[in-house]
Ligand binder design. Structure first.
Ligand code: SF4
Ligand code: SF4
Length: 100
């Protein structure tokens, strides 16, 4: 990827749209029990096998969408969050929802 294309990609640190788009998104998939155990329990909904959400917003999301955001469990976040790439279709759909 050249530098100019990279410069066009949205910056997750001032976004957070995909983490606030749907409570159905931050679902666990094929993570091992050990990987899931590393995510602090207060941020998870083990019964529903996903991150705990407040409305549509993941409880681990910090900050204000579209301004400054972070992930409180970044180092141990679920697989689906690792797969989400800035600029892909899901990213752009989520950003549109928030007018970004
Ligand atoms: S992947 Fe896209 S929608 Fe998700 S935080 Fe990054 S820029 Fe925003
Ligand atoms: S765990 Fe982190 S990266 Fe995944 S949806 Fe929640 S805030 Fe976003």
């Amino acid at each position: 990827m050249d530098g100019s294309r990279e410069a066009e990609l949205p910056d997750c640190r001032t976004c957070g749209a995909c983490c606030s788009y749907s409570r159905e998104w931050p679902r666990f998939a094929l993570e091992s029990d050990e990987a899931l155990a590393r995510i602090p329990e207060r941020f998870t909904d083990r019964r529903l096998h996903r991150m705990r959400c407040d409305g549509e917003r993941c409880s681990a999301l910090t900050g204000e969408v579209g301004v400054r955001t972070g992930c409180a469990v970044y180092e141990v976040r679920p697989d689906v969050c690792r797969e989400c790439q800035p600029g892909d279709d899901a990213c752009l759909m989520a950003r549109r929802r928030f007018g970004l």
